[in-house]
Write a protein that binds this ligand. Structure first.
Ligand SMILES: Nc1ncnc2c1ncn2[C@@H]1O[C@H](COP(=O)(O)OP(=O)(O)OP(=O)(O)O)[C@@H](O)[C@H]1O
Ligand SMILES: [Mg+2]
Length: 428
């Protein structure tokens, strides 16, 4: 997919997501406002009813106590404590609130602002809140002879109560948003991973074609020469061309083998032929094969094989390939006069082999990726040095098969140092 299309899609999706989240927040806010309004209305209705009941009770009481006095002061109320107790008032309020579904803690009192006096209260702890934040309902409104008295009610857990009603909706919204954001990010990561993989595969195919082309064209040229009857007479000529064909053929077989090995590792079908092998012998052998290539570049391979116990349990072919790959890299990625040092020493229950070069080095961020299959550090012109990006992934797989460890110390332009630990015995 085109990079621009991907970026455009991501931006569009991000905006859509933010928009959806905004709308969601708006809906929740509206729902919360509606809930609050409903709550207020229910409280109002309940308290109006309570006030009516209190007034009626007081009037009836007054009638009973003193009809005469009552006739004179038709609308006046008498002290509450005569009939109406705090628990009566409490149960009145509770009943009215419960009928309307308001099921949260409340505090109330009867307050006379003129005298700043609490005529009735359940506990004196909420006086401040009752006056500042409470809902006020005037009592005995028709009584024009005395200063007004108020029934105040306050809900200490009002916010929580309203929130619990919204809690389910809020929770589902949060979960849905998290799921969407997670899937979105996962999708983006997958797109980029796939894109990188497809680019790496393209590079791989390009490289492979180039790598195979050289030996194929050399072989075809040699065959052409061999078909010349005149030249065929000379035995010397025949030998040199045959050995050329053999060499190139070996190279082709080697490359095909490398690619096949990777497929085998991928399927987890790597076969290990376990035997006791001498790591020093293997190193000396590999150096012999690579020496010429290094010396052509005016470089040098030095070895310091200090391990006193160089024998380990392992697969000879795989360990040879491992050493070869590391030394080959050290040579390939040292453009000027490669100075390669290979050393061994015994440590713990095995051998540590160190391969050091003075090449282009690998930056910290790239170090994490070089062991991935097909990964090659994109250093400007990647095709300057040929390779499939398979060597180190193979090395890592082999090290793991031997229950060893591999690490790298390197900095850009300061050479690299690969350390491989292989144990004496492969414990299951
Ligand atoms: N010694 C080194 N110095 C600098 N860079 C290195 C070194 N060894 C490996 N690299 C980087 O790590 C990448 C991966 O190495 P790897 O051996 O897996 O692949 P390759 O050498 O490109 O191809 P091949 O499959 O032929 O070995 C290389 O392309 C190179 O960029
Ligand atoms: Mg390599």
């Amino acid at each position: 997919m085109n990079r621009r299309v991907i970026i455009f899609t991501i931006i569009a999706m991000t905006f859509a997501l933010i928009g959806l989240m905004g709308i969601q927040i708006y809906w929740i806010q509206s729902a919360s406002a509606i809930k609050e309004a409903n709550f207020r209305r229910s409280v109002n209705e309940a308290m109006v009813k309570v006030v009516q009941k209190v007034e009626r009770m007081e009037r009836n009481k007054a009638l009973l106590i003193n009809q005469y006095e009552n006739m004179l002061n038709f609308n006046r109320h008498l002290p509450y404590d005569s009939v109406l107790t705090i628990s009566d008032l409490d149960s009145l309020i509770r009943l009215q609130l419960n009928i309307r579904g308001v099921d949260t803690r409340y505090e109330f009192c009867i307050y006379k602002p003129e005298l700043q006096e609490f005529l009735m209260e359940r506990s004196p702890n909420f006086r401040k809140e009752l006056i500042e934040k409470g809902n006020a309902f005037i009592l005995f409104q028709a009584d024009i002879y005395t200063s007004p008295e108020y029934l105040l009610i306050y809900f200490p857990r009002e916010k929580q109560f309203l929130l619990t009603e919204l809690w389910g909706m809020l929770l589902i919204s949060i979960i849905l948003i998290i799921v969407i954001v997670y899937s979105f990010m996962y999708t983006i990561a997958t797109i980029f991973r796939q894109k990188r993989l497809s680019e790496m595969k393209n590079d791989f195919i390009n490289n492979m074609t180039h790598e195979f082309k050289t030996p194929i064209s050399t072989i075809s040229l040699a065959c052409e020469a061999l078909s010349d009857k005149e030249l065929r007479g000379s035995a010397e000529f025949l030998d040199s061309y045959l050995s050329m064909i053999q060499e190139e053929n070996k190279r082709l077989a080697g490359m095909a083998e490398k690619i096949l090995q990777t497929a085998v590792i991928d399927k987890g079908q790597l076969k290990m032929n376990r035997e006791i092998i001498d790591l020093h012998e293997i190193i000396i052998d590999v150096i012999k094969n690579l020496r010429i290539q290094v010396e052509i570049k005016d470089g040098e391979i030095t070895r310091r094989l200090k391990a006193t116990k160089p024998k380990i349990e392992g697969d000879k072919v795989h360990v040879t390939n491992l050493v070869y790959n590391l030394l080959d890299n050290a040579n390939k990625y040292s453009p000027k006069r490669p100075m390669i040092r290979i050393s061994t020493e015994n440590a713990g229950n095995g051998i540590v082999m160190t391969i050091e070069d003075n090449g282009i080095g690998i930056s910290k961020t790239e170090q994490k990726k070089i062991f991935d299959k097909l990964y090659r550090v994109p250093t400007g012109n990647i095709h300057e040095v040929r390779g499939f990006g398979l060597g180190l992934s193979y090395v890592k797989a082999i090290v793991e098969e031997h229950h060893g460890k591999i690490s790298i110390e390197s900095e850009a332009n300061k050479g690299s140092k690969f350390k491989v630990f292989l144990p004496f015995v492969i414990k299951e």
